[in-house]
Design a protein around this ligand. Sequence first.
Ligand code: ZN
Length: 137
Amino acid sequence: MALREPPISVLDCLDRWDAREILVLEDRLHPGLRGACNLVDGRWLIILNRDDVPSQARFTLAHELGHIVLGDLSTAARGVDSAEREALCDRFAVELLLPASALRYAWHGRPEELALAERFQVTRRALRRRLRELGLR
Ligand SMILES: [Zn+2]
């Protein structure tokens, strides 16, 4: 199986998963809220926090895709007491944006952390955590 080349396109993944139309908007959200997704009139509406840096917004988009894959139809319906669900969607985002095989391959040349984060279009914090998790540093 061929390696997925970073950066992974989250919207391509969503397109392949779900044929419904997707609208991604950026808006100012309640502090502490990074994003939301809802099925509205037969199409997905994903809202990202416009104050987030692009790499964080990308992680949030992948996280919201996790909710869609899990069949969570709306942020409001999930309520606030869903820490386990949120952790699962974070896990989904990490696996999608930083696939182990592609990251191990890219790590072989021992690139600069910043260059690697830019290549995968993730935050340095997310990259560091994933490298530790995979036992690469
Ligand atoms: Zn969530």
